[in-house]
Design a protein around this ligand. Structure first.
Ligand SMILES: Cc1cc2nc3c(=O)[nH]c(=O)nc-3n(C[C@H](O)[C@H](O)[C@H](O)COP(=O)(O)O)c2cc1C
Length: 382
């Protein structure tokens, strides 16, 4: 994969390897995709201050968030159905995360279960919860996370209704429950992907395999799972979850300072500032533009993670300077996985680490911790 220099190259490689229906599902966003574009564009509203001759060593990228020191300020966030982009995709991603010693958060919507990941791979595994309408099913999911010794639970709160991603509508992705002629045709265009999926066996959502009401096969199970999301989710459910989850509770999908404070008051240990990669509320703000106000509202000690639009080490540097405790990657590593399996995800981590280290060095900043302390002093606003 020597010719793959940046995340955009990995995106192109993923596009060449994936059936269009899956590439579009990863790449696409809500309605006009304005928020998705804002996410990536708004980093350019900031300038990094160049300081010279201050630091002799290579910058230290280690930092502490969610209660422990991590080698890098970024981790792999929850992305659904990794096992459809690459055979055993969740396992390969967990192996990459483990080899780089960074956390991986497994989505509720996954082919491999959290129990299998813990047993077969291990590492710093976290779990993301979508609240199902049926609380007894949620309790089972929580129990499987407890059984897998998971400490960090992310409750995603920005999906009270699934938005429209027009590429998925055009491709028939939402409606598809089993293999049909257009889907078969789309898959046949990508023989390497077909061969890989054939070798790894017909995918099925392991966590719901024993429940007949979810149907059979990944496509039908996926469709049923997303149809069962609890659209009546409120802060009362967060209170319920807080009572039922003894580990760290992280609320994912916060975009306003007011909601950040409520999450804090309801007993969350951390938040993820997120607009779901622009896949939900179109015309919402970019996450980087709301980060400073959210950091101000919750105070300096609270863990504020962020995602949406991170494609460069410089993006990560800007977020850290604006008050982020850590960054979650989404599409960036999903593209890496589709393009090159475990090595592809590792490549993404290496590219971003290298870009971040070069950025800090040229800013004359000795470490991620110093960058976070300097804050706005090392940024200028365009
Ligand atoms: C294909 C895809 C699937 C996703 N699935 C989930 C999911 O299952 N649970 C969740 O909380 N967020 C999910 N997200 C949102 C990501 O966790 C994250 O918020 C988003 O990807 C960040 O934006 P970025 O991809 O531009 O970095 C998904 C995103 C993508 C692109």
């Amino acid at each position: 994969m020597a010719e793959l220099v940046n995340i955009s190259d990995l995106r192109s490689a993923a596009k060449r390897r994936l059936p269009k229906i899956f590439f579009d599902y990863i790449d696409g966003a809500a309605f006009s995709e304005t928020t998705a574009n804002r996410n990536t564009d708004d980093f350019a509203k900031w300038e990094l201050v160049q300081r010279v001759l201050r630091v002799a060593e290579l910058p230290e990228l280690r930092t502490t968030y969610l209660g422990s020191e991590k080698p890098l300020p970024f981790m792999l966030g929850p992305v659904g159905f990794l096992g459809l982009y690459r055979g055993n995709g969740e396992i390969l991603t967990a192996q990459a995360a483990k080899s780089k010693r960074i956390p991986m958060c497994l989505s509720t919507f996954s082919i491999s279960s959290i129990g299998r990941l813990q047993k077969e791979v291990g590492g710093d595994l976290h779990f993301q919860l979508y609240m199902d309408r049926d609380k007894s099913f949620v309790e089972k999911l929580l129990q499987s996370a407890i059984d897998a010794n998971i400490d960090e639970l992310y409750l995603t709160v920005d999906t009270s209704i699934t938005s429209v991603r027009e590429k998925d509508v055009r491709n028939g992705f939402r409606a598809v429950k089993r293999l049909n002629a257009p889907l078969m045709f789309s898959m046949m265009q990508r023989p390497a992907w077909c061969l890989d999926m054939f070798r790894s066996g017909a995918p099925s959502v392991e966590a719901v395999e024993q429940y007949p009401e979810f149907g059979k096969g990944a496509l039908e199970q996926a469709s049923n799972l997303s149809g069962r999301l609890d659209s009546s989710l409120t802060w009362d459910d967060v209170e319920w979850l807080r009572m039922n989850w003894k580990g760290r509770l992280i609320i994912k999908g916060i975009l306003s300072p007011e909601d950040a404070v409520i999450a804090q008051e309801k007993g969350a240990d951390a938040i993820v500032v997120s607009n779901h990669g622009g896949r939900q509320l179109d015309y919402a703000s970019s996450t980087i533009s709301v980060l400073p106000a959210i950091r101000d509202a919750v105070g300096p000690e609270f863990d504020v993670l962020i995602d949406s639009g991170f494609r460069r080490g410089s993006d990560i540097a800007i977020a850290l300077a604006l008050g982020a405790s850590g960054i979650l990657l989404g599409r960036a590593y999903a593209f890496g996985l589709a393009a090159g399996g475990q090595a592809g995800v590792e490549k993404v981590i290496d590219i971003l680490s290298n870009e971040l280290q070069i950025t800090l060095k040229l800013m004359g900043v000795a470490s991620v911790n110093e960058l976070q302390t300097l804050g706005l002093d090392c940024l200028a606003n365009r």
